[in-house]
Design a protein around this ligand. Structure first.
Ligand code: SF4
Length: 760
C-alpha cells in the first residue's frame, strides 16, 4: 500500500469502500430513474451523510459455503451524489453496513465466520461485473467488452434457437454449483424443460467421496451429520472442521459445547492430519499421519477395537452386513506394527486411540479434507465410517446421523462421476452455461477440462465477480449477489432440518440480474411463452412455491411466507437418521492407493483450505486477503510451509522463493518454515495465485491447482488433490510473506520493492 492506504492499483480498503458506497447509490438511482446512469462521482459517503436512525436489519442466509448460516444484515440509508446530463443529484441509497449471525437459526445459533462478515465485499467489489460482456479477443485472452442487455438477450436467443425451432435443444449443457441451493435446482429444471439432459453438478470438494462412501455403507448417497456437541470423543481424519467442512461456524460452536456445556464432563477431540491446521490446533491432540495412510490408520484402529472386544456386539450382529469378512480383513492386513511403519503413527498410539474411541462413546469419527483427496478417498471415508459402525455411533445422540433433511424433499444426489459423462457428451455440446460454478478455478490446471472447454462452440458464464471460468467465456452475464436475490437453501450437513431463505437486502447493483430470471426469460422466449408478468421475478415466485411445498400448507401459505421473511429460516420435520444398517463388505475388496515411489519427487504436496479463503472461492474478497491467516499471520499473499529440517536440507529459510515442481506443473512461492509440518510434506494454501479473480487476488502467491496432478478419486470422480508428489528447488529470489505486525512483509504489491531492498 502507498502512503494513502491504497495499494499500487489505487484501490485499498478505503478506496474499495468508496467505490462500494458510490455504487450503492447508483443502484438506487437506476431503480428510481429507470435510465442507465454511467457518470457517478466516486466519493465516499462520509459518516456525516449517513442518515442516523434509519438502519434496518434483514434476515437472510449466507451462501458463501454449504453451511448456509442464518445471518442478519444491517443496512442503512445514506446519501450518494450522481450526475446526469451534467447536473449533480443527491440520492438516498441503502448500503450494507454489517453482517451478524441470526441467533435464532439452529444451524449457526448467532455465529458467523470471517467470510460471512466479508460478504459486503462482493456487492461493492470494484471488479464486479456491471453489465453483460462479450468476448473481444481469442478465448483465454480475458478481453471482454461491455454490451447492453438487449444485445445479450439477442445472443441468448441465438444460442437457444434450436429450442425455438424444434422444441428441444439437446446441445445445451449446464454446469451448476452444489446441490444445497434451490437456485441450482431451478436452473437444472429449466435446462430439462429445454430438452437437455446435459446437466452437471460441481459439488463441494470432498462431498462426492463422502456421499459415495455413505452410499456403499448405508445405501444412502447423502452427507452425514456429527452431533459433536453431545459427543464425548471425536476423531477427525483430515476433516477441516473449522476451515471449510460443512459448517465451520456450527463446528466451532459444537466443539465448544462438547468441552464446556456439560458440567464436570469435557469431551476430547483428536485430529489426525498430516498438517497442523487450524482444526488440528484446536484439537486436544494432533497426530501427524503420513499423507495417504489415513485409511490404513482407520482400519488399524478398527482392528484393535475388534481385537479388544470393544465392538457394539448387539448392534453389529443385528445391523451390519459383511462383518465377519471385514473383521478377517482388518485383522490380517492392518496390524498396528505394520500400519505404523507406513503411516508414521506409533503402534501404541493406534492401540490407545482404539481404546479411547470405543470407551469414549457417544462420539464419532469424521473424514474429510486432504485425507479423502487421494485416489482411494472413498475407501478412506468408508474406513472412517466403519469405526462409527463398530462402536454403535450411528443414529445415536452424540454420534453420526445420515440425511437430516426436510421430509418430503426429493433429493437426487449428484451423479458419481460427472466429468466422465461430460467428456463423453462433449462432441454434442454446442452451448455451455456455467451457473454458480467455476470449474476452471477448482480443478487441476493440467486436467483435460480446460482443453474440453476450448472445444465447446459457445460458453456463457453467469458471475458476480471475475473468476477463471468467466475469463474464458464468450458471454459473461452479471449475476446478482446472494444479498440481492431470492433463494431457498436446504443445508444438508446441518444437525437440524431447516428451510433457509435468501432474500434481497439491497437492490441489485449496476445492471446485474438474477441468473435464474435471465435463463427463465430466455427459455420462455424460445419456447414461445408469454413473458412473466407481475412484480415478482421467476426465482422469487419459485422460492415461494418451493417453500409452500416444503411446509405443506396451502392454507396460510402467505402467512408462512411472511413469517419466513421475518425469521430467515423455518425448522421443519426431518427425515433424519437414515438407517443404521450398514454394509462393510465393500471395504474388503479395496486397497489404499499409494503415490508413486519418491524418486525425483521426494515430498508429498498438501494443499489445504483456509478459514479466510475456503477452497479459494473467497480469495477475491479484500477483507479476506487482509485477514491474517490464523495459523501463520500471513496477509495478502501465499506461502509454502516447510519443516525446519527440510528447509535446512534444502538450504532455504523464511522468505526464500522456491520452485515447487510436480510431473504436470510448477509454481514459485516464498517459504515459511514451521515446526508444525511433517518433514516429508510441503503445504500450499488454496486461494492465492489465482489468474482471473480480480485485482485483490490475481497473481498473488502460488496456486496449488497449478501443480496438482490431474488424478481422480476412484468411484467419486472428483479431484484427488492431495495425491501429488513434488520436488522443491531453491531460486535466487526472496519475497518474505507479509505478516500481521511484521512490516518486513512483501505481499501487497505496492510494498514489494521496499521489502526486497530491506531483505537484500
Ligand atoms: S460458515 Fe461462514 S461462509 Fe459458511 S455459511 Fe456460515 S457464515 Fe457463511
Amino acid at each position: 500500500m502507498n502512503d494513502r492506504g491504497d495499494n499500487d492499483r489505487g484501490v485499498g480498503r478505503r478506496g474499495f469502500l468508496r467505490s462500494g458506497a458510490a455504487g450503492a447509490g447508483l443502484a438506487l438511482t437506476l431503480a428510481g430513474c429507470g435510465a442507465p446512469e454511467r457518470k457517478l462521482i466516486p466519493a465516499l459517503i462520509p459518516d456525516d451523510r449517513i442518515i442516523p436512525g434509519t438502519d434496518r436489519w434483514t434476515v437472510t442466509t449466507c451462501a458463501l459455503c454449504p453451511g448456509a448460516c442464518g445471518i442478519r444484515v444491517r443496512t442503512m440509508a445514506g446519501e450518494a451524489r450522481v450526475q446526469r446530463d451534467g447536473r449533480e443529484f443527491r440520492q438516498e441509497a441503502l448500503q450494507v453496513k454489517k453482517i451478524e449471525g441470526n441467533a435464532s437459526d439452529p444451524v449457526n445459533r448467532g455465529g458467523v465466520c470471517a467470510r460471512g462478515q466479508a460478504a459486503p465485499n462482493i456487492i461493492y467489489h470494484p471488479d464486479r461485473y456491471r453489465r453483460p460482456m462479450k468476448l473481444a479477443g481469442p478465448r483465454g485472452s480475458g478481453r471482454h467488452e461491455e454490451i447492453s442487455w438487449e444485445e445479450a438477450d439477442a445472443i441468448l436467443d441465438r444460442e437457444l434457437a434450436p429450442l425455438k425451432a424444434t422444441g428441444r435443444h439437446p446441445g445445451l449443457a449446464l454446469i451448476s454449483g452444489p446441490s444445497f441451493s434451490q437456485r441450482c435446482r431451478a436452473v437444472e429444471a429449466l435446462l430439462r424443460q429445454a430438452g437437455s439432459d446435459l446437466v452437471f453438478e460441481l459439488d463441494h470438494p470432498g462431498y462426492p467421496s463422502l456421499r459415495e462412501a455413505n452410499r456403499r455403507t448405508f445405501g444412502l448417497a447423502s452427507l452425514e451429520t456429527h452431533d459433536i456437541a453431545n459427543a464425548r470423543y471425536v476423531i477427525g481424519f483430515g476433516a477441516p472442521l473449522l476451515e471449510a467442512h460443512a459448517s465451520p461456524v456450527a463446528h466451532a460452536r459444537a466443539l465448544a459445547d462438547m468441552r464446556q456445556a456439560r458440567p464436570g464432563e469435557r469431551g476430547r477431540f483428536v485430529q489426525i492430519e498430516s498438517r497442523f491446521s487450524l482444526t488440528a490446533a484446536n484439537a486436544d491432540e494432533w497426530i501427524p499421519v503420513r499423507p495417504g495412510f489415513e485409511a490404513d490408520l482407520a482400519l488399524s484402529i478398527a482392528g484393535e477395537i475388534l481385537r479388544g472386544g470393544l465392538v457394539d456386539a448387539a448392534g453389529v450382529s443385528a445391523r451390519v452386513r459383511g462383518f465377519e469378512e471385514f473383521r478377517a480383513m482388518v485383522l490380517e492386513r492392518f496390524a498396528p506394527e505394520h500400519v505404523s511403519a507406513g503411516s508414521g503413527v506409533p503402534a501404541e498410539t493406534i492401540r490407545r486411540l482404539a481404546r479411547e474411541f470405543a470407551s469414549g462413546q457417544p462420539g464419532s469419527a469424521i473424514a474429510g479434507g486432504a485425507a479423502i483427496a487421494h485416489e482411494s478417498g472413498v475407501m478412506t471415508a468408508g474406513a472412517v465410517q466403519a469405526l462409527n459402525v463398530l462402536v454403535g455411533a450411528v443414529g445415536v445422540q452424540g454420534g453420526v446421523s445420515l440425511a437430516i433433511f426436510p421430509t418430503g424433499v426429493e433429493r437426487e444426489p449428484p451423479e458419481r462421476d460427472w466429468q466422465a459423462r461430460f467428456r463423453s457428451a462433449l462432441p454434442s455440446i454446442r452451448t455451455l452455461v456455467l451457473f454458480d460454478s467455476d470449474p476452471l478455478g477448482s480443478m487441476p490446471r493440467a486436467s483435460s477440462f480446460g482443453k474440453a472447454l476450448e472445444r465447446i462452440p459457445f460458453v456463457i458464464s453467469f458471475a458476480t465477480c471475475p473468476n477463471e471460468s468467466s475469463a474464458n467465456a464468450d458471454l459473461v452475464l452479471p449475476d446478482a449477489s446472494f444479498l440481492e436475490r431470492w433463494d431457498i437453501a436446504l443445508p444438508e450437513a446441518a444437525d437440524a432440518a431447516v428451510v433457509a431463505l435468501s432474500q434481497p437486502v439491497v437492490r441489485r447493483m449496476y445492471e446485474s440480474r438474477d441468473a435464474v430470471d435471465v435463463l427463465a426469460d430466455a427459455v420462455g422466449r424460445a419456447a414461445g411463452r408469454p413473458p412473466e408478468t407481475g412484480s415478482a421475478g421467476f426465482m422469487e415466485t419459485r422460492a415461494r412455491s418451493e417453500f409452500a411445498k416444503l411446509v405443506g400448507s396451502k392454507d396460510g401459505a402467505d402467512d408462512a411466507w411472511d413469517e419466513l421473511k421475518r425469521t430467515g429460516f423455518r425448522a421443519v420435520e426431518s427425515a433424519a437418521g437414515g438407517s443404521s444398517a450398514a454394509d462393510l463388505s465393500w471395504l474388503c475388496g479395496m486397497t489404499p492407493s499409494r503415490e508413486a515411489a519418491a524418486g525425483e519427487f521426494p515430498f508429498h504436496l498438501v494443499p489445504f483450505p483456509t478459514a479466510q479463503f475456503g477452497f479459494g472461492e473467497s480469495a477475491a474478497l479484500p477483507w479476506m486477503q487482509e485477514l491474517p491467516d490464523p495459523m501463520t499471520s500471513v496477509v495478502w499473499g501465499g506461502w509454502l510451509e516447510l519443516h525446519p529440517g527440510t528447509a535446512k536440507a534444502l538450504g532455504v529459510e523464511d522468505g526464500d522463493v522456491v520452485r515447487v515442481e510436480s510431473r504436470t506443473g510448477a509454481v514459485e512461492s516464498p517459504v515459511l518454515v514451521t515446526p508444525a509440518a511433517r518433514p516429508d510434506t510441503v503445504a500450499l494454501p488454496f486461494g492465492p495465485g489465482r489468474r482471473s479473480a480480480g485485482r485483490f487476488a490475481s497473481s498473488r502467491g502460488a496456486n496449488p491447482w497449478d501443480v496438482v496432478e490431474p488424478l481422480t478419486v476412484q468411484g467419486a470422480g472428483e479431484s484427488a488433490w492431495a495425491a501429488t508428489r513434488v520436488r522443491v528447488v531453491k531460486t535466487s529470489k526472496r519475497a518474505r510473506p507479509a505478516k500481521l505486525g511484521d512490516d518486513r512483509g512483501a505481499a501487497p504489491a505496492g510494498l514489494r520493492g521496499r521489502v526486497e531492498r530491506r531483505d537484500a
